[in-house]
Write a protein that binds this ligand. Structure first.
Ligand code: 5GP
Length: 193
């Protein structure tokens, strides 16, 4: 997605600690036309996959996932980062270390919304060390659902997440069917901080 790389180069700001700030178009203010182009690109890359659900993680994955979902015509489920009175019944829980907040969160998905019948595209805004993604993959596996693909807006290529996830996919560590799943990061960026 050259359009995204161009936008990162134009409006992204590199902060201390290997953090890329993209809050003028992705993480705080959102450029919906850009998100729509990303959604179309994800659809093009995963066109041959039987995706019936998109899974993301709150908060900043939600906008990207919702716009992408319009291209796939499927519902979005987002993993919640905290328990709330609105969460009831049985739940899948994974522990995720937050790159930006430097703390551990439990991410939670209600068992109602992920079942063995689901063919899931996981979407998130950033891939850094891969913790968020691994938590989401664990949840899909716990549900007996299939990861059909992973779509990341911005992969920080100098951090280890992409390598860890790609290796795990190639080794089939995410289950036999995962051997075929595609990993697609759109704005792969090599920051020099
Ligand atoms: P990971 O779990 O791969 O280490 O980090 C991914 C999560 O951390 C993403 O969901 C994203 O919200 C956040 N994140 C990681 N790196 C950055 C960054 O450079 N900028 C921003 N805005 N968020 C980041």
């Amino acid at each position: 997605m050259n359009f995204l790389e161009e936008r990162i180069a134009k409006d992204g700001i590199v902060k201390e600690g290997n953090v890329l700030k993209v809050d003028s178009f992705l993480n705080h203010q959102m450029d919906i036309k850009l998100l729509d182009e990303m959604g179309a690109e994800f659809k093009r890359r995963f066109a041959n996959k039987p995706i019936n659900k998109i899974l993301t993680i709150e908060a900043s994955g939600i906008g990207i996932a919702c716009i992408a979902a319009q291209h796939f015509d499927v519902p979005v489920v987002f993993a919640k980062k905290s328990q709330s009175i609105n969460l009831d019944g049985e739940m899948y829980v994974a522990e995720v270390e937050s790159f930006t907040h430097k703390c551990k969160n439990h991410v939670i998905v209600s068992k109602k919304f992920l079942t063995p019948a689901d063919h899931v595209l996981i979407i998130d805004d950033f891939l850094a060390n891969g913790c968020a993604l691994q938590g989401l993959i664990q949840i899909v596996q716990a549900a007996g659902a299939t990861v059909e693909g992973i779509g990341i807006a911005i992969e920080k290529g100098f951090q280890s997440g992409g390598r860890i996830i790609r290796n795990a996919c190639h080794r089939g560590r995410h289950g036999r069917r995962d051997r075929t799943h595609r990993f697609s990061s759109s704005g792969r960026t090599e920051l020099k901080s």
